[in-house]
Design a protein around this ligand. Structure first.
Ligand code: SAM
Length: 222
């Protein structure tokens, strides 16, 4: 276990003992991710996302960073119906994700998942639609650029969830800074300052997993 710089190690270990075990597709993907060193949302973030998705019926989701389709499946399984557009740069990941979404279709045909393979910077401008939830979980140095492209597609009353915003504790303090990460760290600090001061957003930063920012777009019900 890598020691967290975000949550006290004992608290994190304790919370992990409280998490329910996933079954079926999600369990298989967790095993695949562990065996193949694929980065997926941390277990406590996965559980948070599950609860979060239950609290309100999201129907049009954009995910930036599909990987093998774990978080996409997790969200889809909590939706009653709707769509998920998910973007992945790495074609090999996208192949595995398409197998995941084929299995998902059997379990959850009410949610239509559209995979986009390519750089989100190029794909987002081609998406001619709006979303009520945007999940950003891709290259940490580009969150602000992703945000700028997809924010106009977020309906008032919609939510942006940004993962890894406290990046191994480095965003909060230079004490944990690894010098080769300085550009990512500076950009993420700017992104968090921007998000938390944005006049149309109400944002909370949660010290959970690698840090999660939840931003609610005011001005309506998505
Ligand atoms: C942390 S993983 C995503 C994990 C996934 N959301 C989950 O929890 O199951 C980040 C993914 O973003 C992809 N990625 C990085 N930069 C990207 C970009 N510019 N456009 C699209 N995908 C990108 C990476 O290839 C990687 O698979």
């Amino acid at each position: 276990m890598i020691e967290s710089k975000i949550v006290d190690v004992h608290v994190e270990a304790y919370i992990k003992t409280l998490l329910p075990e996933n079954v079926g597709l999600l369990k298989q993907l967790e095993q695949y991710a562990e065996e193949n060193l694929v980065p997926i949302v941390q277990p406590e973030v996965a559980q948070f996302l599950k609860v979060f998705m239950k609290m309100r019926p999201y129907e049009a989701v954009l995910e930036i960073g599909t990987a093998i389709g774990y978080s996409g499946s997790l969200m889809a399984l909590e939706m009653t119906k709707g769509t998920i557009d998910t973007i992945e740069l790495n074609p090999e990941m996208a192949v595995k994700a398409s197998e995941t979404f084929a299995s998902l279709r059997e379990i959850k045909p009410e949610v239509i998942v559209t995979q986009h393979v390519g750089n989100a910077m190029e794909v987002i401008p081609t998406l001619n639609r709006t979303f009520d939830l945007i999940f950003i979980d891709a290259a940490k140095g580009h969150y602000k650029a992703f945000f700028d492209l997809c924010y106009p597609m977020l309906r008032p009353g919609g939510v942006i969830v940004s993962d890894n915003v406290l990046y191994k504790g480095m965003i909060a303090t230079n004490l944990y800074l690894v010098s080769r990460k300085i550009t990512i760290v500076k950009r993420m600090r700017k992104y968090l300052a921007f998000l938390t001061r944005h006049p149309e957003l109400e944002t909370t930063v949660l010290p959970m997993g690698d840090g999660l920012a939840i931003s609610y777009k005011t001005g309506g019900n998505a």
